[in-house]
Design a protein around this ligand. Structure first.
Ligand code: G6P
Length: 469
């Protein structure tokens, strides 16, 4: 057994990122701020209510700071050197697995040096998890960056209960088979007692692969492997709906929402997009549909404006650099053709936003456009619904986001079909308040019932261990 950590916990989260990122200010001082992305948004509030440990990378290259306590959580930073970040994080995680798992929206690249780094870093996380977990603890491993950890951890700590949850889609067999290390990944995941996916199809794809690659015999939602039953099932992730609802209905946020409308020049309609700047999110589709609506006179600016918040993400990876250039060129183009002095058609913000400001934007938006080509869940869609306690607003949502399975009362679109996206935007802009309220009420029932606690509790229950409250 590896050296013990100073604190040993009965619930340990292992994720690529800590819920907070270490950032260095221009004056050289460092501070911690909330990490980006859906994984952290979903898990952080749940874990903060429980005294668990969380292992992850601090967001900065080089020696990790010592473990520390942060608002009820014990945080254990894991070191990643500049070269490891290059090969493991930017390489194998985000230029091999990310595009492969998102239906090859961009071509994945496979390099042996990236894979070697992936193995090394997964072993580092497994070792740290082994040191942080109390006897018979529950360890919950997250996402595509750490798919080898379950098997590595089981080897050193057979006493643990190990769960794994994949936040992104799990691809169909035909695509997964491209991966040169496909067998190792499947075996890595099989180290868990329970493997959770966003959608039933992910679990199905995985079980099919165990048959195809390892000649196992899955039955129902389980497969016997190495003398154990491993379960693969879907657990659609969610948000802390009540907390988000509360925040969005607070007087400060409601007031800020009307101030935003004023600052935008009091347009009749506001369309909103909020995404990490990622090529899977279909930001270009949205811009193109908006531009065509302006072109054919269905809408005019500045009576109707688009606000696009694009959170900076993975900025050193080539596909992300190219994509940012393309989007910014398109925004410039649309504003050049359709904007007026002091009245752009597209308000584009390439920055992270505090939760309060996001909630106010959701509250101000008449139409929320969520148009990914492929998305594990998409929590922005759920946040929008949670924010609309006033029953206003309409959601345009891609069929290829996991959230579409639950939010059936959205205007569902195929993001590959620009004409369809335009029609949905037009319909959403024209919907009557009564019809919008009916749809919103139905969607709110769903996100209230299937919230974050429901997700985490059903996962823990299926894993056979109760979360510590
Ligand atoms: C998605 C992934 C997360 C990831 C997040 C942000 O939500 O599922 O695992 O942390 O994006 O991406 P980043 O590369 O900045 O961690």
């Amino acid at each position: 057994m590896p050296a013990e950590s100073s604190t040993r916990s009965s619930v340990v989260i292992v994720a690529n990122r800590l819920p907070v990122d270490q950032v260095t200010d221009p004056d050289g001082s460092t501070r911690w701020q909330r990490s980006p992305g859906g994984l952290v948004s979903a898990l952080e509030p749940f874990m903060r209510q429980r005294s668990g440990a969380w292992l992850g990378w601090s967001g900065a290259a080089g020696d990790a700071p010592a473990e520390f306590d942060n608002e009820g959580l014990h945080l254990v930073p894991i070191t990643l050197s500049t070269e490891e970040l290059d090969r493991y994080y930017e390489g194998f995680c985000n230029a091999s697995l990310w595009p492969l798992y998102h239906d090859v929206v961009q071509p994945p690249a496979f390099h042996r040096s990236w894979w070697d780094a992936y193995v090394t870093i997964n072993a580092r996380f497994a070792e740290a998890a082994s040191a942080a977990a109390a006897p018979e603890a529950t360890v919950w491993v997250h996402d595509y960056q750490l798919q080898l950890v379950p098997a590595m951890l089981r080897k050193s700590r057979p006493d643990l209960r190990i769960g794994f949850f994949l936040h992104i889609p799990f691809p169909p067999m035909e695509l997964f088979m491209q991966l040169p290390w496909r067998r190792q990944i499947v075996e890595g995941l099989l180290g868990a007692d329970l493997i959770g996916f966003q959608r039933p199809m992910g679990a199905h794809n995985f079980l099919q692969l165990t048959r195809h690659l390892l000649k196992l015999r899955p039955s129902g939602s389980s497969v016997d492997y190495d003398g154990r039953a491993v379960r693969a099932a879907s657990f659609p992730i969610s948000i802390d709906t009540a907390a988000f609802d509360r925040l969005a209905s607070s007087p400060e946020v409601v007031e800020r929402a009307s101030a935003i409308r004023n600052e935008l020049g009091s347009p009749e309609k506001i369309i909103l997009g909020v995404d990490r700047l990622d090529y899977t999110k279909g930001i270009g589709v949205r811009l193109r549909a908006f531009e065509e609506l302006l072109q054919d006179g269905s809408i005019t600016a500045p009576e109707t404006v688009l606000v696009q918040v694009a959170t900076p993400s993975r900025e050193r990876i080539e596909h992300y650099v190219t994509m940012r250039e393309e989007i910014e060129r398109t925004v410039g183009h649309i504003n050049g053709d359709y904007g007026g002095i002091g009245g752009p058609a597209v308000h584009y913000l390439h920055q992270s936003m505090p939760k309060e400001e996001l909630a106010a934007l959701y509250r101000a938006a008449d139409v929320m456009a969520v148009t990914p080509y492929r998305d594990g869940m998409n929590l922005v869609a759920k946040e929008y619904v949670a924010a609309r306690g006033d029953l206003g607003g309409a959601l345009v949502l891609s069929e290829f986001a996991g959230a579409a399975a639950e939010l059936r009362h959205a205007f569902l679109v195929n993001p590959h079909d620009i004409t369809g996206v335009k029609a949905a935007l037009r319909d959403a802009l024209a919907i009557s308040p009564a019809a919008a309220a009916r749809r919103m009420r139905a969607m709110r029932r769903t996100v209230r019932k299937y919230d974050l606690d429901h997700w985490a509790e059903s996962f823990f229950a299926a894993l056979g261990s109760e979360p510590t409250s």
